[in-house]
Design a binder for this molecule. Structure first.
Ligand code: UD1
Ligand code: MG
Length: 458
């Protein structure tokens, strides 16, 4: 081993069976394009070059990875086979390196299995797998002593070869000097009229090279995505594995089959997550955090012992310790809640900072606001932050009490320990420690008034 490593990821195919206008390798698994998973695996292998062969979907594929400057993109304008795809990369392959070929549609590729393959191989190494139903795959043909002789593609195989259950995964490693020679000798005289990369095996054997093989024990790690059904199946495999990883860290999952992590979930001790929750981007849950059923949390941090009740949405926000959130709360980007804050049902926050022990328990919109500590926001309070053109901030100082059904027309400041009478529309700053009332002047009752009744039909 210890040779330099070039990784080539084959990702030019269209993926006809996905029945989609989106190139196959851009379909997402756990929120990341299939190709993204393979690129991440390649990075973990410490390759000195990662070369991606793209074709179908062209620029669309490249654009998804624009800021990732460690990738070399090679276009294969016409998809004439896996060997033809490799031929396009030859100018980038280093003579003192081995190439590891990965497939852009095999998202659960195992880094450790690739490492083993690379370490055990000299001129040529193949990752193979045993399949109960090997139809469609290239068969590994061995001689009486067990030495690999060739890979024969399904469509070119005879009946005896089709009975072979050991198949090519498509993942292989080849010393570059040999690879370049063999690639230049490929022909397309076969059932599919394609330049098969797999033909290099027989060439190597003919020249006296021994082909090393590594059998993949984890079938899912070599499974390709060809259809939406495959995609859904691998998504479940990924998610169940992630769930197991969380449980190993002590998380209580009420049903490990019903959690989706599309990114990274960092957890403290004794975290509990109810069914149907989705975590996106990077989410951190502190010790003893509980997340209720069907909550969606994206790029946020929740500190210790906070309880998120069912059906909450939290995005790009920070929530302190010992808070009570939900059910049915929506916390939109750039909100910060300090410790012991209560946010109840049908309360929406956006770009709002709330200090310790304040409460907004029912039916409110608090946007672009700075709310002090121990503030009570009554039901139906709305910050009117937008005049149709610009947005303004609302400031509510410590200890203020906002009566129910109040509109706070920003920019406006409610002073420390101020009380706002229910049903007020506040357009000017309210002083500290006083009751501010702003309602229609009178409440009148009309003694002889009758409710209207339906007119009889004529
Ligand atoms: C290939 C292998 C087969 C193996 C199977 C495993 C060959 C000839 N056959 O068959 O032995 O069992 O994978 O799944 O290699 N691609 C390109 N450019 C092309 C053709 C393909 O980039 O011109 C890419 C595809 O996007 C895909 C990969 O190569 O990621 C495999 O191509 P695919 O057409 O699926 O090959 P198979 O016929 O399945
Ligand atoms: Mg295939």
């Amino acid at each position: 081993m210890s040779k330099k490593l070039n990784v080539v990821i084959l990702a030019a195919g269209k993926g006809t069976r996905m029945c989609s206008d989106i190139p196959k390798v851009l379909h997402q698994l756990a929120g990341v394009p299939l190709l993204g998973h393979v690129i991440n695996a390649a990075r973990q292998l410490a390759a000195n070059k990662i070369i991606v062969v793209y074709g179908y979907g062209g620029e669309q594929v490249r654009q998804q990875f624009t800021h990732q400057n460690d990738l070399i993109w090679v276009e294969q304008a016409q998809q004439l086979g896996t060997g033809h795809a490799l031929q396009q990369t030859v100018q980038h392959l280093d003579d003192d390196a081995n190439t590891l070929v990965l497939l852009g549609d095999v998202p659960l590729v195992s880094v450790s299995a690739c490492q083993q393959l690379i370490q055990g191989s000299h001129a040529l190494g193949l990752m193979t797998v045993k399949k109960q139903q090997p139809d469609g795959y290239g068969r590994i043909v061995r001689d009486a002593t067990g030495q690999v002789q060739a890979i024969v593609e399904h469509k070119d195989a005879n009946d005896a070869q089709r009975k072979i259950d050991e198949v090519n995964t498509g993942i292989m490693t080849i010393h570059n000097v040999n690879l370049k020679t063999w690639l230049s000798q490929l022909t397309n005289h076969n059932a599919q009229g394609e330049y098969y990369l797999t033909d290099i095996i027989a060439m190597a054997v003919k020249q006296g090279y021994e082909v090393h093989t590594a059998l993949a024990h984890d079938e899912m790690s070599v499974e390709g995505v060809n259809s939406k059904a495959d995609l859904a199946r691998l998504e479940r495999v990924y998610q169940l594995r992630y769930a197991q990883h969380l449980m190993q860290q002590g998380v209580t999952l009420l049903d490990p089959q019903r959690i989706d992590v599309r990114g990274e979930l960092q957890v403290g001790r004794d975290v509990q997550i109810d069914v149907g929750c989705i975590f996106e981007g990077t989410v951190t849950l502190g010790d003893r955090v509980k997340v209720g059923a069907y909550s969606i949390i994206k790029n946020s941090t929740i500190q210790q012992a906070t309880q998120i009740q069912a059906n909450c949405q939290i995005e790009d926000s920070k929530i302190g310790a010992n808070c009570q959130i939900g059910p049915f709360a929506r916390i939109r980007p750039n909100s910060t809640l300090e410790d012991e804050v209560h946010i109840g049902n049908f309360v929406e926050l956006k770009n709002t900072h709330i200090q310790r022990a304040s409460k907004a328990n029912h039916l409110s919109y608090l946007g672009d606001s700075d709310i002090g500590s121990s503030v009570n926001i009554g039901a139906g309070t709305i910050t009117c932050n937008y005049d149709g053109a610009n947005k303004y901030r609302t400031v509510i100082e410590d200890g203020a009490f906002i009566g129910s059904d109040t509109q706070l027309v920003a920019p406006v400041t409610i002073g420390k320990n101020a009380t706002i009478a229910a049903g007020s529309t506040i357009t000017k700053d309210a002083p500290a420690d006083q009751l501010t009332v702003c309602r229609a002047k009178q409440q009148i009752s009309l003694p002889g008034w009758k409710r209207p009744v339906k007119k009889p039909k004529t």
